[in-house]
Design a protein around this ligand. Sequence first.
Ligand SMILES: *[C@@H]1O[C@H](CO)[C@@H](O)[C@H](O)[C@H]1NC(C)=O
Ligand SMILES: *[C@@H]1O[C@H](CO)[C@@H](O)[C@H](O)[C@H]1NC(C)=O
Length: 144
Amino acid sequence: MAKTIYLVIALAIFALSEVNAKTFTRCELARELKKQGFPSSQLRNWVCLVEAESGRRTDVVGGPNSNGSRDYGLFQINDRYWCSTGSSPGKDCNVRCQDLLTDNISKASTCAKKIYARHGFNAWYGWKNKCQGKSLPDISSCGV
Ligand SMILES: *[C@@H]1O[C@H](CO)[C@@H](O)[C@H](O)[C@H]1NC(C)=O
Ligand SMILES: *[C@@H]1O[C@H](CO)[C@@H](O)[C@H](O)[C@H]1NC(C)=O
C-alpha cells in the first residue's frame, strides 16, 4: 500500500515537472527569442549562448559553482546577483530563480537582456568558450 502511494506521488511530481520543462529545437529557440524582442542581429549569438549554457532546456539548474552559487534555466542565470532563491522575487532582475525554469521564457529573457545591457555576452562563460570568435549556429532556414 505504502509503495503504491509513493509511486503515485513520484509519478505526479514527474508529470508536473514535465509540464513546465521544455527543450527547444534550434529553430524554435531562434523564433522564440525573436518574439521575446532580442535583436535580429544578435540572434545567432544568443542561440549559440543558450546551446552552450543549457542545451536549449528551460529546466536546467547548474552548479553549485565553486563559490556556492547556482545557475538557472535556458540562459543559466546566476543566483548570486540576478535572481532570488526565496519565495519572493528579488536581486537585480527582481525575479525568483524558479521562475527562470518555466517553458514561458518571458522573465528569463527580460533578465538575460538586463545582464547583457550591463556586461555584454562576456557575462557568460559558455559564450566566451564556445561562441566568441567561433562559427555561430546556422539559423538561416528558421524564418527569423
Ligand atoms: C560565482 O561563480 C559564478 C560561476 O563561476 C560566477 O558567475 C559568479 O560571478 C561568482 N560570484 C561571485 C560573487 O564570485
Ligand atoms: C508569459 O509570462 C509573461 C510574464 O509573466 C506574461 O505576460 C505572458 O502572458 C505569458 N505568456 C504566456 C503565453 O503565457
